[in-house]
Design a protein around this ligand. Sequence first.
Ligand code: PHE
Ligand code: ZN
Length: 892
Amino acid sequence: MADNSLAKTIYLKDYQPPAFLVESLKLHFSLDQERTLVTNTMQLKRAPKVTNNPPLRLDGRQLELLRVTLDGNLLDSGRYSVDPEGLVIENLPTKFTLEIVTAVNPKSNTSLEGLYASGSMLCTQCEAHGFSRITYFLDRPDILTCFTTTIEAPQKKYPVLLSNGNLINKGTLAGDRHFAIWQDPFKKPAYLFALVAGRLTTLEDSFITMSGREVTIHFHVEEQNRDKCNHAITALKKAMRWDEEEYGREYDLDLYQVVAVDDFNFGAMENKGLNIFNSKYVLAQPESATDSDYEAIEGVIAHEYLHNWTGNRITCRDWFQLSLKEGLTVFRDQQYGAQAYPGGGRRIREVRRLRNFQFPEDAGPLAHPVQPKEYVEINNFYTTTVYEKGAEIIHMLQILLGKEGFKKGMQIYFDRHDGQAVTIEDLLNAMSDANDYDLGQFRRWYDQAGTPTLAITQSWHAQTSEFILSIIQNCSPTPGQTEKQPLHLPLAIALLNSDGNEQAATLAGELVPDSPGSRVLEIKDKKAEFRFQGWGCKPVVSLLRGFSAPVQITSNYDKKELAFLVAHDRDPFSRWEAIQKLALNKILNLMKDPEGSETDKLFIETFGILVKKKWSAAEADGASELLILPDEIYIGEQLNEIDPQAISKTRQTLRKTLAQRWQQELEALYNEHQSPAPYEPLPAEMAQRRLKNIALNYLAALGLKGPGLDLCRQQYLKADNLTDRLAALSGLLEIITAEELPELDEFYLRGKNNPLLKDRWFALQAAAQHPNTAQRVEELTRHPDFKRSNPNRVRALLGTFAAANQSAFHQPDGFGYQLLSREITTLDSSNPMVAARLAGSLSRWRRFSSPFSTLMREELEKLAALPQRSRDLREIIDKSLVTSQNDKLKKI
Ligand code: PHE
Ligand code: ZN
């Protein structure tokens, strides 16, 4: 059911500390699929600083209120008032006990927030405001209390009963019912509460912490998945060890539980001691998970575990501080991942993700600061800006303060704020105090939306042997922010001499030359100039090494210098960036010149050198990224107006040209990097598979007459793992239509009893680079396995189509947009969070050329005119359509 409550805006500046505190909370659940009874007994007291007698307002939505008792006395309904968002009681003593009994219907709860059914299980999702769909409570993260939870349920249907903390009692009851009592000794906000009940198998393992305590690990999954948990369990133990070694953080409870559920709105949730995971991010087996899935599982397992200190022990004061836990925890999981997967490709993939999703968000109508100042629906702010740009901000801090300085800051943060609900300011203060370092200007990164651009002019002065970098930083206006202040950022660079070696980049006036290698230039002002001395001839500068700041760079490189960097730069990012720039230049020239007089061969030759190179297993990961052409979305970002069809056509043409020119070499590359059987998800083997499959992908571009068809068919047949099978299938789908592809039907059958594999079957077709894809997606929305109640399935088909297949989605007749908007309309009445997320794909209509922009807008207007819209969808649509002041200044 759509949430039709008023769309009122919530502002950071209105934050008020709570007027009441919760001293303890006892929850009692009597579980039933259709009518669960919740008894909530809280001890409350007026906050010490409050001098008047304010009313108590408890949050609660879609609850059937049965009874309210104050200090043992039943209140009649005149003593309190109820509205769709909560319950208000006036005239309360300074200290009192409230008992509230409510009923909810988990089965009809399709929003997947609060208590809901997933398959035969019952589970909860409380972040950000799901708890208010379970019971009346002060549902805000700065209210921390100890939870004791009793769960009572039919024994047969729900043999396993779980909640946060430690199991303190269990037993049987009359009528084939049983109960379990869980107590969480750590104070926590309601958003970290969790409950799970179901028929689950438990896999047990254990971990000895740095102080020698034994922690029991329980993974609870459905019986058919018990053989798919090893990878995640191993990853969890690795992450636990890593946080001890890297940050001195030890796990605090004696039990760590993970549950896998099929229906889940996001990736996973860090509930205290009881993580709930989308099964996609736990379950892995070579037959049903790709290399990327294995890597992603390790990342999400680490992410949720690392939240125990950054998020749970130290939590957020309010939801404007979301990046305090998310940006920091993404940074920590990236740090963990960098040592687990040391190939150079990983950082590049992080950058690609940021550029393909976060940069466009930051340049569109939904742009917001990493610390938003206002929101209508907080669910809309679990964004790539808050998460990934937030992580980049922490990364910059680490560069500016140095690794040791950063660690010292984290130590102070943990020491000062353990057990508290704090702000981004508190984290920055800890960093600043630990290092005696002024972060006043740096803080703007949290307040200013938009991706800054650094225009870097290189100049060589032979007379004085000086190489000068002149830098101007700029940031385009974003909604509500026309004026931008200069940001403080680290620009990591190196200067390469003509042999390709790094030479000391000594600044004018510096006495002691710093050692060769990267050095960090601190940028603070709008304009800056750096003069490097003592050069016999012009050096080649390697810029933004390691992607030291989330900015766009333009610079006056000579194309030969870029090719030089591709050959010599030791920094994987900067080297990759050099070839991306060459490729981009080639693509943009081809787009300007569709007649084909563009004959520049430099990129094509540079590509050839890379294909011919003998890459070691250790280099394969970075190498595979070098061979991928700039993503379509990123190409679009470089243009004033995005013509998705022209971009796709040009990119495909170039892909084909490369494949034709280097066919033999690509075949050799393909043969050289066959990975050993049996399959193992080891980083070095993953890298080889990636490289091999990129070669295969180019060969598929040659179509029916090329070697791709046979190679794909053979690879499909002999594959002992999903990575190779999918790579083969996606090649085949480019060559042959889905209807004529027996392999596709074979693949479907493999997924018969495995929903995650079935998702792949849908996603594969939605991702196909084929003129029929949009039609096919439409047909698939009518497939009996297309379950709109399952977010993974929806994302597999519609998410892939609308967010990851630019050429298929942007049809010149608007077919793709109409399809999406119909689906959004349907989904909004069942799962607003998922619907609103899909709508994001239409939001950037202004950036597209005609007829695309008009057709996208038409669909947005239809959605705006819907009689019933969720608050989630309304916020996205309204922001997408609003004519902001900025539009007049610049087409954003
Ligand atoms: N807090 C979760 C994470 O990033 C994400 C999440 C948000 C999950 C809201 C569910 C609902 O780890
Ligand atoms: Zn998180």
